[in-house]
Every structure is written in structure tokens, then in C-alpha cells.
Design a binder for this molecule. Structure first.
Ligand code: 5RP
Ligand code: FE2
Length: 227
């Protein structure tokens, strides 16, 4: 196992999404991260079910769906049906996280939970063993291209400890403001999957950015293994 790269299509060209997905797949990305925003849980509206279904038909890579929506229990089955390989819901968005996580798995996708920068990590302690993915938000969700919150390194280390302590095999996805300059430190601190939107799609050389994320991430992975 090693670091995985998940380009976020939030910063892709929405008029040519299929081309952008194939392009990052050819460039060696591992997952396609799809940000679903409803204008209520976050102050922005992005894409929804029909786009996920269309991407699932053409994507050579698994779709990693990040739901930033209120009442996620109304929609998780439909996103699995649309072709999501993993579905993550926000811990802040539901009172019935255990039920929802198990519903996602029962529907046939890998369940994940995303957590905002100001939410205490201990909220995850009792659900962690049931998760495949924890998405640690390193920006406030809602927009691509924001600046990584520095305090996230400490949260990453504490989240890694929490998963070890609770016997959870979940991977940690780091989401928001990740670029090649931060990738090594982010992985060394505990990240397994690097989401990158602007750092991949808002550059003239997306393939080079993916390669740079992987090289730096691998260095962090090796440093973590040595500890
Ligand atoms: O969930 C998200 C925002 O809410 C996005 O996945 C995230 O912001 C990725 O974009 P960038 O790398 O440009 O920050
Ligand atoms: Fe995301």
C-alpha cells in the first residue's frame, strides 16, 4: 500500500468533465474525488446525481463521492446506485451516523465520514472501526482553491492516533488546499489519500502535478514508516 492521489473534479473543466477524468486517469491518479454541495450544508452548489452517474459510465477509476449536503440519509442509496465506489457523509450533517454508515456499506459502497476543521476528532471515536475512510477537512468545505489550514497537521497526527487506538483500518483522506509543496508533510503526519483540486486542474501541467504529489507523498510515506 502507498499514498493515493484523488484529483477533485471541482476544479476541472465542467464543459469537458469526461476528458478531464480520462486525462488524470492516464496521468496515474488513483481515485476521482467528486464534491457534491447543496447550498445548505455549505454555501455553494456544485453537482449531483446525474453527473455522478455520467462519470461512473466513463471513469476508469473509482468515484470517491464527498457529500456536503444536509439530510444525507435521503440520498446515499441513490449515490451508490449512480456508481459511487465510496460515499462519505459529514459527521456534522446527521444525528444517525452509525445507521447511515452501515446503510452505505449495505448498499455496496465503501463508507466514509468527513469532519470539518472545528469539529472535535473524538466525535469519531465510536464509529471509527466501522469506517473505510475518514476525510479530514483541511479547509472549511464549500469551495476549491482555498488555503490549507496549518493547524491541520496536528489534527492529522491526532486522527492517526485515534484510528490506531480504536483499531480502525480506515484510510485518512486529506481534503483541501493540498499541493505538491505540502504533500510530504501531510502524509508524514498521517494522510493516506491526497485530494487535490486546484493543484491539479488549475495548473498548466496536471500530469506533472499528479507525479509531483506522488513523489512528495511517497517521501512522507517512507518517513512515516521509519517512525
Ligand atoms: O471538499 C472540497 C471543498 O469543500 C474539495 O474536495 C477540496 O476543496 C479540493 O479542492 P482544492 O484542492 O482546490 O482545495
Ligand atoms: Fe472534497
Amino acid at each position: 500500500m502507498s499514498v493515493r492521489i484523488a484529483p477533485s473534479v471541482l476544479s476541472a473543466d465542467f464543459s469537458a468533465l469526461g476528458n478531464d477524468v480520462r486525462m488524470v486517469a492516464d496521468a496515474g491518479a488513483d481515485w476521482i474525488h467528486v464534491d457534491v454541495m447543496d447550498g445548505r450544508f455549505v454555501p455553494n452548489i456544485s453537482i449531483g446525481l446525474p453527473v455522478v452517474a455520467a462519470l461512473a459510465r466513463i471513469s476508469p477509476l473509482p468515484l470517491d463521492v464527498h457529500l456536503m449536503i444536509v439530510e444525507p440519509e435521503k440520498y446515499v442509496d441513490a449515490f451508490v446506485e449512480a456508481g459511487a465506489a465510496s460515499v462519505s457523509v459529514h459527521v456534522e450533517a446527521t444525528d444517525h451516523l452509525h445507521r447511515l454508515v452501515h446503510r452505505i456499506r449495505h448498499a455496496g459502497a465503501r463508507p466514509g465520514v468527513a469532519i470539518n476543521p472545528a469539529t472535535p476528532l473524538d466525535t469519531l471515536a465510536d464509529i471509527a472501526p466501522d469506517l473505510d475512510i475518514v476525510i479530514l477537512m483541511t479547509v472549511n468545505p464549500g469551495f476549491g482553491g482555498q488555503t490549507f489550514i496549518e493547524r491541520s497537521y496536528d489534527r492529522l497526527r491526532r486522527l492517526r492516533d485515534l484510528l490506531d487506538r480504536t483499531g480502525s483500518a480506515a484510510t485518512i483522506t486529506v481534503d483541501g488546499g493540498v499541493d505538491p509543496a505540502r504533500a510530504e508533510a501531510v502524509v508524514e503526519a498521517g494522510g493516506d489519500v491526497l485530494v487535490a483540486g486546484a493543484a491539479v486542474f488549475a495548473t498548466p501541467d496536471p500530469a506533472g502535478a499528479i507525479a509531483a504529489l506522488r513523489t512528495a507523498g511517497q517521501r512522507g510515506w517512507q518517513a512515516r514508516a521509519r517512525r
